[in-house]
Write a protein that binds this ligand. Structure first.
Ligand code: ZN
Length: 612
């Protein structure tokens, strides 16, 4: 997952102890299918209509449950909250049922035969893990809708059919099945990890490394020709770099589902063969998109397949914490940025800026072991360490990569670790343990021990040895304390411009008389046209001695000039810079990271390329 703060609605996570659901065992059921109705009538009421059908061999109680969370979104969302009008019947006769807990139902068949369970699902959540509808559109994820039989494991096939308007489209990663709008999955994990778009949205596709990569964008008008061409160009550059790390593209096809709106739960959520991204309309042309796509894409290997043993297999009835989320998320962040620089989407300065931001984020957070921060994802801690496993995990991965390349004179790298773990664990049907991780790191570094590093800097709170390790790659960091203007507002962008959505009562914009709903035209001599415009504003007036700036806003049909008091706040800015004339070994390490190349005896062997 990647969460972009800004105009974001944080999902409501209701923490409840998981019940002992795993002790409950349903009667066996077979021939499982689901029918989802997402026609204009249903979505007009912001409902999806769900019917699950299955066969029972007798009258033993059937126990069905809905997941508490969606893998990748490490928060308990309790999808059963959105269920209404639950019913069960067989041969047209209603069956007795009762709730066993808030997400589990017990149904009592009267005889062998087919049972149909139906309910409505409220689809109005602003959250990329939860169903959402518009008058011509529905999005849902399998975890929201697909009941499973408790205690019966997850290795059973199922069929899904979608009832919708004849002219509406359907996009999903599931395999097509015979029949109209029908699909199959071979097990529950796949079934719940193949999101659906239904309705009027734009779709386009291209081939990369022999695989079809699709864009499914809602609303349809958001997929302009220019955005399509630009997005395909990014993908053509960075996807082969990610394939090169693992040696294969393990999906049949891959879809980028993207919904844009003025208010979204911003960011992305990874799936087996897709990503679901939600961006504000102001971000549609912002510089952050390649990083979002690349991060989520890398998850197709790292976490969707190569995964900590704590999360293999997924269970769905409660939290599934792991101290290794920093590898699943932070190292994914690192590789997301690496693939962009190796593929030429970003230049080396942009990559070093990414590392610098991670250094600054870690420096700005309380001292927290990255393994503890990994566990914190489930409780969203308030001490400033929330989400720290992204930047600190990414930075830790970067430092380990440097140390491996330095120890092997750029013959081995973190790429080897990722590839070997993928082959030795995912491909053998299991997850990786801490022992697996550190033994592969040590092996890649020629037997060097990382026990002390792990004890002090991963499981412990000692600061990462950033400066000493950067030097091994011919890099150094500089930090400046800068004072820059802050307005005290949240904004959203659409075709009419940048609007104020929230106003801090003690902020500079409020003091100037700005109001929620005002559209900002310019501040001083900086034109405000989208979310990226505030960065040049901060740079332009950093450390300024000017005390007020003209703030021009459009309010209704009026254009008003307000006097904005300049309020400077302090921020530590970090820069990562190449050391000129660095020793050759350090320069080889630096070049190896940026290009993905390795060396032998100081000679560049180039960049291993995917063969498929
Ligand atoms: Zn992620």
């Amino acid at each position: 997952m990647l969460h972009k703060l800004g105009v974001a609605v944080v999902a409501l996570g209701i923490a409840q102890p998981a019940l002992a659901q795993s002790q409950r065992v349903s009667a066996p059921i077979s021939d499982i299918s689901y029918e989802i109705t997402a026609d204009s009538s249903a979505v007009g009421r912001r409902q999806l209509e769900v019917t699950m059908s299955f066969t029972v061999a007798g009258t033993a109680p059937v126990i069905l449950a809905l997941p508490a969370w969606s893998p990748g979104h490490y928060v308990l969302l309790w999808f059963a909250r959105r269920v209404s009008q639950f019913s069960a019947q067989s041969n047209g006769v209603a069956l007795d049922w009762r709730k066993l807990d808030f997400q589990t139902w017990e149904i009592k068949p009267r005889s062998a035969g087919t049972v149909r369970v139906s309910f409505n699902y409220l689809a109005d959540a602003v959250d990329r893990a939860v169903a959402w509808t518009a008058p011509n559109f529905a999005f849902f994820n399998g975890t929201n809708l697909f009941l499973y039989p408790a205690g019966r494991g997850f290795n059973w096939p199922a069929r899904v059919s979608v009832r919708t308007e004849p002219s509406w489209r359907i996009a999903t990663g599931m395999d097509p099945a015979p029949g109209t709008n029908s699909f199959t999955a071979w097990n529950y994990h796949d079934l719940t990890d193949m999101p659906f778009y239904v309705g009027r949205f734009a779709i386009d596709s291209t081939q990369i490394a022999g695989k079809w990569i699709r864009l499914a964008f809602y609303p349809a008008a958001s997929l302009t020709t220019a955005r399509r061409d630009r997005t395909f160009a990014w993908l053509q550059k960075f996807v082969p770099e990610q394939i090169a790390v693992f040696g294969e593209a393990p999906f049949r096809n891959y879809t980028i589902f993207q919904r844009s709106d003025t208010v979204v739960n911003g960011g992305g959520l990874e799936h087996h063969s897709s990503q679901v991204d939600e961006v504000t309309t102001g971000q549609l042309d912002a510089s952050y998109l390649p990083g979002l796509y690349s991060h989520e894409f890398f998850h197709a290997w790292n976490v969707k397949r190569l995964r900590p043993a704590d999360m293999v297999p997924y269970r769905y009835d409660g939290a599934q914490p792991t101290t290794w989320l920093w590898v699943s998320e932070g190292v994914t962040d690192y590789y997301g940025a690496l693939a962009l620089v190796r593929g030429g989407v970003h230049d080396s300065t942009e990559f070093f800026d990414f590392i610098a931001d991670e250094i600054a984020s870690v420096a700005g957070a309380p001292p927290t072991a990255v393994s503890d921060a990994s566990l914190g994802s489930w409780i969203n801690p308030t001490d400033g360490s929330s989400g720290l496993y992204y930047p600190k995990g990414g930075l830790t991965g970067f430092l380990l990569d440097i140390m491996i390349r330095d120890a092997s004179d750029n013959h081995m790298s973190l790429d080897n670790v990722m590839r070997r773990l993928y082959d030795a664990t995912y491909k053998r049907g299991k997850g990786f343990t801490g022992a697996d991780w550190w033994s592969e790191i040590s092996r890649a570094a020629g037997g060097k021990s990382f026990t002390e590093f792990a004890r002090r800097h991963v499981d412990g709170r000692e600061p990462l040895p950033v400066d000493s390790v950067l030097r091994l790659a011919g890099l150094r960091s500089e930090s400046d304390t800068i004072r820059e203007p802050r307005l005290g507002i949240s904004t959203s962008t659409d075709s009419t411009g940048v609007s104020i959505t929230q106003l801090s009562p003690i902020g500079a914009a409020a003091a100037a008389g700005a109001r929620v709903g005002d559209r900002i035209v310019s501040i001083g001599d900086v034109t405000i046209s989208n979310d990226d415009s505030f960065e040049p504003l901060r740079t332009r007036y950093a450390g300024t001695t000017i005390t007020t700036l003209p703030l021009i806003v459009r309010r209704g049909s009026e254009t008003i000039t307000l006097q904005l008091p300049v309020r400077l706040t302090t921020r530590v800015q970090v820069r990562v810079l190449p050391i000129p004339n660095a020793p050759e070994r350090a320069a080889r390490t630096r070049n190896g990271i940026l290009t993905g190349s390795i060396s032998l005896g100081g000679v560049d062997l180039g960049h291993p390329r995917p063969t498929n």
